[in-house]
Design a protein around this ligand. Structure first.
Ligand code: C2G
Length: 127
């Protein structure tokens, strides 16, 4: 059983997120998502439109995801990799190079172009 993990805020779920999750799952048999908590988002300097619970509910409807854990800090990744027996860490290439030292295989996927939660928030602001 090849296990994959990825992390993120996944606010205002869009096709860029889905594509990343689909690609992540294609690398193994089991996908864990470390979902950023609202307090970790503050650490990241991100204010998500949807709360952790709302974002978690949305992710739970995605067939590619097998497990969701809270992402509470920057440091937990290497412990999660050991705790969950992870083989591959995946994330978008906006993070390229940032996680090369993790204790498993690391894959950066190209980000889906022309879509982001902040763009959606801006557009929503006009309605
Ligand atoms: N993503 C993508 N294409 C987009 C937008 C996002 O592939 N158009 C990917 C990001 O690269 C990331 C995932 O979708 O892999 C989640 O995106 P965010 O919620 O913006 O994640 P981020 O805030 O970058 O959190 O510890 C890691 C951080 O928690 C990552």
């Amino acid at each position: 059983m090849r296990k994959v993990i990825t992390y993120g805020t996944f606010d205002l779920l869009h096709y860029g997120h889905i594509l990343l999750l689909k690609r992540a799952k294609s690398l193994g048999d089991h996908l864990t998502v470390g979902l950023s908590t609202d307090s970790f988002n503050e650490l990241k300097g991100k204010k998500s439109f949807l709360s952790f619970e709302q974002r978690k509910n949305l992710l739970e409807s995605i067939k590619y995801i097998d497990r969701i854990i809270p992402e509470e800090n920057w440091e937990q990744k290497s412990m999660d990799i050991v705790k969950y027996g992870i083989d591959v860490f995946v994330i978008g290439d906006d993070w390229k190079g940032k996680f090369d030292n993790l204790n498993c295989e690391v894959v950066y996927f190209p980000r889906a172009p022309d879509i982001s939660s902040s763009q959606i928030k801006e557009l929503m602001g006009n309605f």
